[in-house]
Design a protein around this ligand. Structure first.
Ligand SMILES: CC(C)(COP(=O)(O)OP(=O)(O)OC[C@H]1O[C@@H](n2cnc3c(N)ncnc32)[C@H](O)[C@@H]1OP(=O)(O)O)[C@@H](O)C(=O)NCCC(=O)NCCS
Length: 214
């Protein structure tokens, strides 16, 4: 089983290339310590609506540095989508190997017992100009493979999904996530819990390149 430290030491172990239908190439890879400036560009470029739908602690160099400094230090694995050849970061896909007491309680109320060692949390954010182009769907089997290699069997949504985020809900549904229940987020926003059983996702590990729509 892969560990966060091993990934930090050899990020290439998770690197894959994705070919979008329009010919754009994107590299899927772990965030590295040298990404702070490029990650700043990604965070700064997020529109107010994207920031509402997917919230970060900040959207500047300090916030980006914090995310880079956190590599292999806590329970988080952050993967980026890097546009080729510009090197621009166009997506940040976050996995957390820890669960919160609130997650555990909400799922318990829905009759699901979460397990610290085999469940993980997922939160995806794409640059505005990359949303709705199928990129999230193309990357999901790669995320599923990473989660499996970390010993996980199920993925839940990190903080749920806002009930007024129809694109994300459709994205999760079409990629096999099942609705679990609804709850009020920390600011009272209506939100939904959804869960993916990794047995339902085909493995992407056999091919180093994935094509949109394939
Ligand atoms: C959510 C997100 C990761 C999904 O990735 P994506 O690449 O945009 O998703 P895809 O293009 O693969 O799929 C989106 C689906 O939603 C559909 N869709 C788009 N807008 C929609 C809307 N307003 N209502 C319903 N469905 C919508 C698309 O048609 C597509 O479904 P289809 O293939 O059946 O036609 C991305 O849009 C994103 O980063 N959004 C902003 C941040 C965010 O919301 N993050 C999630 C927080 S929980």
């Amino acid at each position: 089983m892969l560990t966060l430290t091993e990934i930090a030491e050899d990020p290439l172990v998770l690197e894959r290339r994705l070919d979008l239908r329009d010919g754009t190439e994107v590299v899927f890879r772990p965030l590295t310590h040298t990404d702070a400036e490029r990650l700043t560009g990604f965070l700064e470029g997020l529109s107010p609506e994207s920031r509402r739908l997917s919230t970060f602690a900040g959207y500047d160099l300090a916030a980006a540095r914090e995310l880079c400094d956190a590599i292999a230090r806590y329970d988080k694995l952050r993967l980026v989508l890097e546009e080729v050849p510009s090197g621009r970061i166009v997506g940040l896909l976050e996995l957390s190997l820890a669960l919160t007491p609130a997650d555990i309680t909400r799922y318990q109320e829905a009759g699901i017992r979460l397990a610290e060692t085999t469940d993980c949390r997922f939160g995806p954010t794409l640059a505005d100009d990359y949303q709705g182009r199928g990129v999230g769907t193309l990357a999901l089997p790669l995320i599923a493979d990473v989660a499996r290699r970390l010993g996980r069997t199920r993925i839940i949504l990190w903080g749920g999904v806002l009930a007024d985020n129809p694109r994300a809900i459709r994205y999760y549904e079409k990629n096999g996530f099942q609705p679990v229940g609804s709850f009020a987020g920390t600011d009272g926003s209506p939100s939904l819990d959804m869960m993916l059983d990794l047995d339902q996702v085909p493995s992407a590990a056999t091919s180093p390149t994935r094509h949109c729509g394939s």
